[in-house]
Every structure is written in C-alpha cells, then in structure tokens.
Write a protein that binds this ligand. Sequence first.
Ligand SMILES: [Zn+2]
Length: 336
Amino acid sequence: MIDKSLPLVELHRHLDGSIRLETILDLADQHGIALPAKSVADLAPYIHIDDSAPGLMAFLDRFEHMTAVLVDVDACRRVAYENVEDAKSEGIDYIELRYSPWFMAESHGMDPAEVMEACADGVRAAERDTGVRANIIGILSRTYGTETCMKELDAILAHRDHIVGVDLAGDELRYPADLFKAHFKRVRDAGLQVTIHAGEADGPQSVWSAIHDLGATRIGHGFRAIEDSALVDYLAEQGIGLEICPTSNLHTSTVKDYVSHPIKPLAERGVKFCLNTDDPGISAIDIAHEYDVAAPAVGLTPEQVHQSQLDGLQMAFLGDEEKSELQLKVAQRTAL
Ligand SMILES: [Zn+2]
C-alpha cells in the first residue's frame, strides 16, 4: 500500500513507453499514419502486454506503433506533457522520466537534439500546470552501438541544463557496459548522475561493470545481483539502490512469475530499492498496481514496501533541499 503521508516517487519510467492509446490514435489520425486499429479497445492488444513477451527484445518491438506517431517535435512535446499529467492523476509527487532522443527521433528523421528539447519543454510546462515535480534522464540506447551513442550523447548534453542524469538501455547482452566507458566519463564530467539498466537480461558482472566502469549510483532492475553474494553485500554497503519494476520483468520474461522475483531476498539483505512501472503504456499498469498487486505478489511485507517508498525518496536525483521541500509539501497536504 502507498503511504499517503510520504512523498510518492517514481524513478524508472520511459516517457516513450508511456503514451496514451487515445494519443496514439489522435496523432495517427492527424498525420495519416496507418495503425492496425481505429479504436482504443481494438488498438490495445497491439500495444498492451497482459501476459509475457518471449524475451526483452520482443517486448521492445511493442514500441513500434508508439514511435510511429512521433512525427514531429509537437508530438514529442505533447507526449512529454501528458506523461506528467498522468503522474499527477496517479498521485505521484515526483517523477523521473527517461527517454532516448535517438530512438524517438528515428522513425521520422527528426533531429535528436530537437526531440530532447521538445520533451524537456513539455515536461517543464506540465510541471508548472500540475504541481508535480519532474526531472529528466537522457538515455543512450546501447543497441545502436558506440558511435551512434556518442552522437546521441551530444544531443543529450546540448540540453544538459534540462536533465539530471544519463542511463544506458537496450540490448544488455550484446552491448555490455564496458563499451561505453568514454561516454559515461563525459556524463560524469558534465556533473550528471548515472543510472544504468543492468542485471536484467545479463548477470551480476553487468551490474559490477555498470558501477565500476560507468560510475552508476543507481541500477535499473539489477535483480540478478542475487546470483553474486559479494555484489549483494556491496550494493547494501554502498547504498546503491535498485529501481525495481516487477510487472515489467514479468512482461519481458526476465523473471518467470511474481513469486520468483528476487527482490524479497535482496531486500532482506539490506539492498535499497524502490517500485516503478518502467513502461506503463505497454504493461497497462500504474504505480498503484506495483504497490498494491505486484509488491504483495513478489512476497514483500507491508514494512518492506513502506521502506521502499522511503528509499525511493532517498534514491531520487534531487538535492537535499528539494527532498525536504517535497516532504514538507506532502506533510502540508496530509494535515489538511
Ligand atoms: Zn527501463
């Protein structure tokens, strides 16, 4: 259960994996893009996953109809704005939204730097209108290879003032973290935070590499750390938190079922984590689903869920003062 007296934060949500079905239909209609269906109900089966895809890369194929409607910067701005509106309606107080500008730009040949700017603009406008605090994490999509990722990083760093961190996502098995050392040196030199998708499709060495080669202070997923006891101890001692997305892990078939998810034993050994949705537009979930349905299903106790909500605030890429402001805001709301 979400504790309403604490700030509710979501730290791992892909902006482009969180596009409303209505918006996909509307943009397709405006721009003459062919879709396999003409209504929300008929389109849902092409976008949503309700059981599991046969692997991470098959899951990523679901993005096809979403990126197809990202026809111009206005579409990107709209999607970004609606992400924050949706966070508001889910009761989220602070959200970190992430996206790969190269991936979003690709289908319609946009300039990735302009995509970066348009999304940032949408997020900032929605922050002002909704009161939800939001920050942006730029993604390097490793599946494009090191050279393209360096160009993608240029696009991200061109808008350095709009972002708080950089992530590495995509095909973890074929593009290991150590290929991207030079990229993340630039990220750290720019004073940005580092979170890396690791220990999801690949094993514990991928998490070690994210930490030692790239300087990650948070890990996206990371649950395969359970296979290496020394790594579990290290994560707990160093306070390196895991961004856990249980339902997404089911849908990408990186865990077999909720009961098999290793987050409970990791939590029992003192590893910090928070609960997140990953790609709610594909998984057809919201943050409450992860707290109310997924968390008990993976075996977390109410105390562990409560602790994860506290840890989420601690793990957030916010300064101490901003965290205190969030706490104060929630305390004032609870007192009303
Ligand atoms: Zn992710």
